[in-house]
Design a protein around this ligand. Structure first.
Ligand SMILES: NC(=O)C1=CN([C@@H]2O[C@H](COP(=O)(O)OP(=O)(O)OC[C@H]3O[C@@H](n4cnc5c(N)ncnc54)[C@H](OP(=O)(O)O)[C@@H]3O)[C@@H](O)[C@H]2O)C=CC1
Ligand SMILES: Nc1c(N[C@@H]2O[C@H](COP(=O)(O)O)[C@@H](O)[C@H]2O)[nH]c(=O)[nH]c1=O
Ligand SMILES: [Zn+2]
Length: 378
């Protein structure tokens, strides 16, 4: 749906900015960040919604829910949304239908949904008599989810890279001990992520050294309700008694050293969000191949001086070829304090291409936490 000539009011323009801002509260992963605002015919912002990650309400449904909760009548209103409303019945109902049922008269969305099974919401809405237009702030909306659009186009999972390191970038000591570098709060955060992703991946080296379980667990050690597929990449055999095999059948050995091939195999198995946990060789091979969308670094205020470095060769020999990542405010902020650690959240040089990489803007929450920390409140 192309409406390049459509003129939008200042209220619609501001509402799309608000929707883009709202979207940032959601986590990155299998689904894109999406925000929505419901506008009255007079241009008043009546309700805001955003998507909280795969399996939860979409932004449009969230905004409609928010409106209903506050007794707001949605009939005859305009919905401003950062992505084309979906048409499919996935883990949640189709938004196009929810919009029609809410009596919304007009929908303005920023960019088309590139995901085939979900596409087509604009057509359904138009057929039902809803006035639909698109393209408002499409550049910003594309930037918001650039890595996700890349992953969808490449038919590969969205890739989150996890590094739990010391201040001097070590992920294990010389004798191989590494449990734990992170504080309990960071470990809990990591297990929370494990419960949201579709698959977790490590190299054969980590399996042979650590014998990890790679399950998602609560702080008291119980298995979480949702478990990721456990993938191990590398040519060596995985020992029969390796803990990662488990007993639930959710284990897969990927006998390859090619990260793109590993991603292809996982995509075939339905994986849309992968977290790569390590070790150094695997982290480095995904980074060198430009196959990482999001970086989460748990930084402990600990020094080892020697030991396994977080990364080895990225194929970079001169500063001009350095990878420039950028701070990512999505999903809770770029810099958070977790217990005694810092949690750093960054987006890939691809995703950050249009963002000034020198502007580190802290979220209000992060600033508040930092202030509390500095005054000894934490
Ligand atoms: N703190 C943290 O966050 C984490 C720390 N660690 C630590 O990391 C250490 C293990 O790191 P590391 O030894 O690098 O092990 P890795 O887990 O990175 O596995 C390395 C092995 O993976 C296989 N492999 C597959 N693809 C590639 C590729 N493209 N390039 C190179 N190797 C590939 C190779 O084995 P093959 O011959 O089988 O193909 C290689 O020996 C452990 O001490 C562990 O405790 C591990 C994870 C997280
Ligand atoms: N050492 C270390 C991590 N290590 C990762 O966790 C794996 C062990 O997982 P499990 O057996 O399920 O508890 C280990 O092999 C490695 O991949 N993770 C972190 O968040 N912080 C840490 O300090
Ligand atoms: Zn939807």
């Amino acid at each position: 749906m192309s409406t390049a000539s459509t003129l939008y009011s200042a209220a619609e323009d501001a509402a799309m900015e608000a929707a883009l801002e709202a979207a940032l509260a959601g986590p990155r992963g299998a689904n894109p960040l999406v925000g929505a605002v419901i506008l009255s015919p007079q241009g008043e912002q009546l309700a805001t919604g955003y998507h909280r990650g795969a399996g939860t309400a979409h932004a449009e449904a969230d905004a409609i829910f928010e409106a209903r909760k506050n007794g707001v009548d949605t009939a005859g209103t305009t919905m401003i949304v950062t992505l084309e409303p979906c048409n499919h019945v996935g883990r949640t109902g189709p938004c196009a239908q929810a919009i029609i049922e809410a009596g919304i008269a007009r929908v303005i969305y920023a960019v088309d949904d590139p995901h085939d099974p979900a596409a087509g919401g604009a057509r359904t809405l138009t057929a039902a008599g809803v006035q639909v237009s698109s393209g408002l702030k499409s550049g910003k909306a594309l930037d918001l989810n650039r890595d996700w659009f890349d992953a969808v186009a490449a038919k590969r999972p969205f890739v989150t890279l996890h590094i739990a390191q010391t201040l001097d970038s070590r992920i294990a000591a010389v004798d191989g001990t590494s449990q734990w570098i992170s504080c309990p709060e960071s470990l809990a955060d990591n297990h929370g992520l494990r419960g949201l992703i579709d698959a977790i991946l490590v190299g054969t080296g980590t399996v042979l050294i650590d014998n990890p379980r790679l399950t998602a667990r609560t702080p008291d050690g119980e298995l979480s309700a949702r478990q990721p597929l456990r993938a191990v990449m590398g040519l060596r055999e995985i020992p029969e008694d390796a803990a990662v095999r488990g007993t639930d059948g959710r284990f897969v050995h990927l006998p390859t050293r090619d990260p793109a091939e590993a991603l292809g195999m996982l995509f075939e198995q339905g994986v849309r969000h992968l977290m790569v946990e390590g070790g150094s060789s695997i982290l480095s091979t995904f980074l060198a191949a430009d196959l990482v969308d999001e970086l989460i670094v748990y930084l402990a205020p600990t020094l080892l001086g020697s030991g396994t470095p977080a990364l080895n060769d990225l194929g970079i020999t001169t500063l001009a070829d350095a990878q420039h990542w950028s701070w990512d405010e999505a999903g809770g902020g770029a810099v958070r304090i977790l217990g005694n650690d810092l949690r750093l959240h960054l987006r890939s040089p691809r995703g950050a291409a249009n963002i000034n990489r020198n502007s580190v803007s802290q979220t209000t929450a992060a600033r508040g936490e930092a202030a509390e920390y500095l005054t000894g409140g934490n």
